[in-house]
Design a protein around this ligand. Structure first.
Ligand SMILES: CC(C)(COP(=O)(O)OP(=O)(O)OC[C@H]1O[C@@H](n2cnc3c(N)ncnc32)[C@H](O)[C@@H]1OP(=O)(O)O)[C@@H](O)C(=O)NCCC(=O)NCCS
Length: 270
């Protein structure tokens, strides 16, 4: 029990109800500056992030993440989805509270509750749209600090937040010199030194046409080639400091190459 709010693992039987609550919660974004123009005009017309109103999506997230229902007054009033990115690093994938129960401290209690469920967390991270004044206030009050921007959405940038659970201990990402071929879940911070002109190639597995540009990135231990695919190419520029959260290392023509991966966007550090 966390105050009057408890977190319980969500089950498939809850998926329909959680999808309904999520739908109502995200539709309430119209009151907090959801843009009225551009690709996510749907947020104003009643939209939300991928799968937000789908019971099947909730069920899938229950399989691949830690999905909790929030119980208040013996009722389900919201959901919270978390995942473990790397040892010591957890990501808040999503949180939503039924608008009927907004601004009573339930979201805050649920966040404090999830922090206690994962005592091995050194950092928690999350992304939220730049226009969302409500989540900005909510996360910053909980001690999250914006450390970067994401640029993977066509119509808006995302704020990327991090909370250090122990401010005296700096969370360390991997170093470039430690990266070896075949590694997955690679988390590095580095500066972009060069970006090549994009080339047109075809996917080896699906044959679809792709664009790829090679960047050279560096940290204090070395340099590595980073493959930027399609939309990633225009998200970064030379001299940007970036964080990659779930990259993987391949070997191409005998040379190690870092790929940013599709789970977790490129983060342009402040
Ligand atoms: C974000 C969310 C989960 C917060 O839940 P909640 O139970 O209302 O949270 P709390 O009551 O603990 O805190 C809400 C805070 O936001 C503040 N807030 C509400 N509307 C606001 C606005 N328009 N601008 C700024 N702050 C606002 C409240 O005043 C409160 O802060 P306070 O405690 O300093 O007064 C809820 O608003 C929600 O479901 N939003 C839609 C879904 C969403 O955006 N999820 C996050 C992205 S994944």
């Amino acid at each position: 029990m966390l105050g009057n709010v408890s977190l319980e693992q969500a089950t498939v039987e809850d998926a329909g109800q959680l999808a309904e609550i999520s739908k109502r919660a995200f539709h309430s974004d119209i009151h907090v500056m959801a843009p009225s123009k551009g690709a996510d005009a749907s947020a104003r017309e009643g939209g939300g992030p991928i799968g937000y109103d789908s019971p099947e999506f909730q069920t899938r997230m229950m399989r691949v993440c830690r999905y909790y229902k929030m119980i208040y007054d013996e009722q389900i009033v919201g959901g919270l989805i978390a995942s473990r990115r790397r040892h010591g690093h957890y990501e808040l994938e999503r949180i939503f509270v039924d608008p009927k129960y907004h601004n009573r401290g339930i979201g805050t209690e649920a966040m404090k509750g999830v922090f206690t469920l994962f005592p091995d967390a050194k950092i928690w991270t999350l992304g939220t749209p730049e226009w969302n004044v409500r989540t900005k206030h909510f996360y910053e009050k909980l001690g999250f600090v914006q450390i970067g921007w994401t640029k993977d959405e066509p119509a808006w940038n995302g704020r990327y937040y991090q909370k250090s659970m122990d401010p005296h201990q700096r969370y360390k990402t991997m170093k470039i010199s430690e990266l070896t071929s075949g590694m997955r879940g690679v988390e590095v911070e580095a500066k972009i030194l060069e970006i090549s002109e994009p080339r047109h190639v075809r996917s080896r597995t699906t044959d679809e046409p792709l664009r790829v540009a090679n960047a050279i990135i560096t940290d204090e231990t070395g340099t590595i080639k980073l493959a930027l695919w399609n939309e990633q190419i225009k998200q970064v520029k030379i001299s940007d400091r970036i964080r990659i959260n779930s990259g993987y290392i391949t070997s191409f023509r005998g040379e190690k190459q870092l790929n940013a991966g599709k789970y977790g966007p490129l983060i342009i550090l402040l």
